[in-house]
Design a protein around this ligand. Sequence first.
Ligand SMILES: Cc1cc2nc3c(=O)[nH]c(=O)nc-3n(C[C@H](O)[C@H](O)[C@H](O)COP(=O)(O)O)c2cc1C
Length: 366
Amino acid sequence: MSNKIEVPLELAHITLKNRVIRSAVHSFLADKDGYMTEAEYQMYETLAKNGVGTIITGHCCVDPRGRANPEQVNIYEDSFAEQFRRAAAIAHAADVRFIPQLSHAGPRAIDQDDLADVVARPLKKDREARMLTLEEIQAIEQRFIAAAVRLQATGVDGVQLHAAHSYLLSRFIDPTFNQRTDIYGGCVENRFRMTERIICGIKEACGETFPVLIKINLDTKAEDHASYHEDMVWILQRCRALGVELVELSGVDFINQPRTDTLYYLDEAKILKAAVPEQPMSLVGGVRSLDDMDNVLGAGLDAVSLGRALIAEPDFVVKQLSGGEPSVCVSCSRCFVLPHMHPGIRCVWAWKAEKARQKAARTTEA
Ligand SMILES: Cc1cc2nc3c(=O)[nH]c(=O)nc-3n(C[C@H](O)[C@H](O)[C@H](O)COP(=O)(O)O)c2cc1C
């Protein structure tokens, strides 16, 4: 009998061959000009052949003023589009869906002197961000829409908007960051306006059937959690009305969760899914075993998303389905820094496990 994670998921305009999504993970594998390298294509091929049903790319920058990393894949000009055709074809060859994630880093942009945020605020290292003007906000909205149009032509299966983890769209949504007093601030309708205008703009330009997904924080650092919960229910209902194909629920601070914890967002995700059952949703964060995946689906979520477990072991899903041990990942997040220090090593725990395995093999041979 097949496991729950192997059951196909029929969304409004796309069917996923199973319930497992590779969540967006910045790969550190693009070149400095914003293009995928052979290593990046190889990574997608390995993932596609090893059990995930859908691959969401690492965040791709829609605006030269919003790059988060020097080795980020870009999509802010036509010249960046063709690389996605090859990557999508690699995934499609394994019957896997391929969905680029679109993002703008806002005040976390790396190569700007003139940093802008939802409101003016002090940043790290004695820097200040100024407030985005209405014209600038609307220009960024157009950047997201133009990126989706470019990508649609390459045969990708949709796009995901990065509206989580303190990137620009999430800063508009979260009242901790957004204290504007114009049409983009205040009530949840206003705070969600930028994301909504992008969703509508993409649907208008690419057609109603082109899948638009979003990744969003189900929590906030603001003190009023009850109010943010109400905001989330409203946003999920709005997503449903706007035809968002799938909402991937994440959290504002996945990096600082206790290492021993798994599924740290599940309780809230379950409540949100029960509140808006008609909106397809996936959950990401702390999924480390087949039991965890089953628990996410058992809580009513439609799909389960994985980040670091697939960095540690790209074949994690097939291993789990054949009775493998839980992931070696302990959410230490050293995978953010290792690529800079030790090229080729992504997960220190997987590396240690492999060394131990090799040593044991040598001992047996001797
Ligand atoms: C190295 C690294 C890069 C990431 N890059 C992205 C990204 O580009 N976009 C995004 O939405 N989330 C990104 N994330 C977050 C993951 O998608 C995921 O939400 C998070 O790691 C929690 O899930 P996990 O416990 O399964 O890892 C990244 C995480 C890591 C560790």
